[in-house]
Design a protein around this ligand. Structure first.
Ligand SMILES: NC(=O)c1ccc[n+]([C@@H]2O[C@H](COP(=O)([O-])OP(=O)(O)OC[C@H]3O[C@@H](n4cnc5c(N)ncnc54)[C@H](OP(=O)(O)O)[C@@H]3O)[C@@H](O)[C@H]2O)c1
Length: 240
């Protein structure tokens, strides 16, 4: 069997990716989010607020006897308070770093501790963002969490190679997706976010990718392990 752990499986990209994976009867998916919207015999949900780090540390990865492939997808994320530094709510800063960066690091640490010695295929797929690679005003915290996730992934790749633990590591930017995250971005105050018009236009012009399409693109990076030899990658790297 193939086992997948997906954070943020209740909506948006994570939900579509979970549903796609469940189409294959060899796959079992463990989802983590604050709410659940999938009922399926091969779906196991854990209700966890991933910004509460004590709860994250308590998440237990199960023991598998028959695994062919085990994959952790750190997908849950929030854009947080879209404001310039000086005006951001401090609790939002804490929650955003916890959810977008520290929770993925803790989950990856526990995932590797549990499975590194298994001989099956293993993968850590971090859902990053172009925002971690280009500065965007009003998104300082979001950009820096994703930049941190990119660097965490790059160092992790070096470590798993040195340790010979047969774990593929990717930090994948999924493009601009038509999800609730974009709704929140468009709801920002104009004075706090100089790019807001651009994001309103993306929606009006149909430039946002439907989440089910992005999920198919992400699935290719999971299935076709040779698709990207670079840790830092993007769905925009796909040529066909
Ligand atoms: N949308 C875009 O244009 C875009 C662009 C680049 C990168 N990304 C990245 O893609 C990933 C998915 O984004 P999306 O657009 O699908 O977002 P979304 O529609 O807002 O969904 C976010 C998911 O994360 C979960 N989540 C949020 N806060 C949580 C918390 N405190 N604890 C546990 N789970 C939590 C949500 O579930 P609950 O609310 O049930 O907890 C939901 O399942 C994110 O990492 C995002 O940064 C998105």
């Amino acid at each position: 069997m193939n086992y997948f752990f997906i954070t943020g499986s209740s909506k948006g990209l994570g939900k579509f990716l979970t549903e796609l994976l469940l189409e294959d009867e060899n796959n079992i998916v463990y989802g983590i989010a604050r709410s659940s919207s999938i009922e399926h015999e091969r779906y196991i949900h854990s209700n966890i607020d991933l910004s509460k780090l004590n709860d994250v540390t308590l998440y237990k990865f199960p023991i598998f006897e028959n695994a062919e492939k085990i994959v952790l997808v750190n997908n849950a994320g929030m854009v947080g308070d879209v404001k310039h530094v000086g005006n951001i709510d401090n609790q939002q800063i804490i929650d955003c770093y916890n959810l977008n960066l520290i929770a993925p690091v803790i989950l990856t640490n526990n995932f590797i501790s549990k499975y590194a010695n298994l001989s099956c295929n293993k993968m850590v797929l971090n859902i990053s963002s172009g925002a971690g690679r280009t500065p965007i005003d009003g998104w300082n915290v979001y950009c820096s969490t994703k930049a941190g996730l990119d660097m965490f992934s790059q160092v992790l790749k070096e470590e798993v190679e040195i340790d010979d633990s047969n774990i593929k590591v990717l930090s994948l930017a999924p493009g601009i997706i038509d999800t609730d995250m974009q709704v929140q971005i468009r709801a920002a105050e104009e004075s706090a976010f100089s790019n807001i018009e651009k994001f309103i236009e993306y929606k009006k012009d149909g430039d946002l990718t439907p989440a089910n399409i992005t999920a198919q693109q992400v699935l290719r990076f999971i299935k076709e392990e040779g698709l990207s030899t670079n840790v830092i990658c993007s769905v925009r790297d796909l040529t066909k």
